[in-house]
Design a binder for this molecule. Structure first.
Ligand SMILES: CC(C)(COP(=O)(O)OP(=O)(O)OC[C@H]1O[C@@H](n2cnc3c(N)ncnc32)[C@H](O)[C@@H]1OP(=O)(O)O)[C@@H](O)C(=O)NCCC(=O)NCCS
Length: 210
């Protein structure tokens, strides 16, 4: 039986997910995207129409993944897929290293070269992006995004929809709250529990966003 996957939507992240899915043996891939009129085909895969088709296509596309970059929107689409009866599968690129003693939720992308170590727990609809490293016992909230090359030391807790920008580093045992945004290259050495945007070494709240 052909392994098929419906990918929402076909921006940069959606294309990374579709590309990784082909490495995981998915043979038939299609996108839904609200800009479908101008977007077909995308990396060789059809764009079937807008996101409003989600409920209608559940019978013919059993597997689907929400693949938009925005965490709140991804979480919302993930829940909608579940309610519509899809299997909300995760895509783990074959070059990623995931400990058998870690757990990965549903609707997650673990991208090429990522490492998830023993005891870590990755929440539903999260992104562990290219080459990110999540060390032992970290807990990553639903729809969080660990961007390319980011390194979490052991025992870090990351809240829902938090976004840890490219190449940032987090000290062991730190807690990062829901909806926290951490800028590229930041060093997080203290808890960031209040939602907002933080950047720099050490990471501090950006005044512009305070
Ligand atoms: C932190 C971030 C969200 C701020 O974006 P922004 O709101 O558009 O902010 P601006 O670019 O206007 O910058 C505001 C100030 O913060 C500084 N700043 C922005 N990002 C910074 C960073 N990562 N580290 C240190 N300082 C930073 C700017 O230099 C500027 O300082 P100034 O006011 O003294 O000139 C953004 O720069 C960032 O790092 N995003 C993460 C992107 C990412 O990881 N993408 C991954 C895709 S997979």
């Amino acid at each position: 039986m052909t392994k098929s996957l419906l990918v929402l939507a076909c921006g940069g992240h959606g294309r990374v997910v579709a590309d990784a899915a082909t490495e995981c043996g998915y043979e038939e891939i299609a996108f839904l995207d609200d800009a479908h009129d101008t977007l077909t085909p995308v990396i060789g895969f059809p764009v079937l129409g807008p996101l409003s088709l989600i409920e209608q296509l559940a019978a013919s596309w059993p597997n689907a993944i929400a693949a938009v970059g925005n965490g709140a929107k991804r979480q919302q689409l993930f829940r909608r897929l579940r309610e519509a009866g899809y299997r909300t599968c995760s895509i783990v690129h074959p070059s990623a290293v995931v400990s058998r003693r870690a757990s990965v939720g549903e609707g997650v992308l673990v991208a090429a070269g990522a490492v998830i170590n023993v005891g870590a727990k990755i929440g539903d609809a999260a992104i562990v992006n290219t080459g990110a490293r999540i060390d032992h016992d970290c807990i990553i909230g639903s729809a969080a995004h660990i961007a390319p090359g980011t390194t979490l030391s052991g025992g870090v807790t990351v809240g829902e929809r938090a976004w840890l920008g490219t190449g940032c580093s987090v000290r062991q045992g730190i807690t990062i709250g829901d909806d926290v945004m951490v800028g590229v290259g930041a060093a997080v050495v203290a808890d960031l529990t209040v939602a907002g945007t933080y950047a720099g070494v050490p990471a501090r709240r950006l005044e512009k966003h305070a």
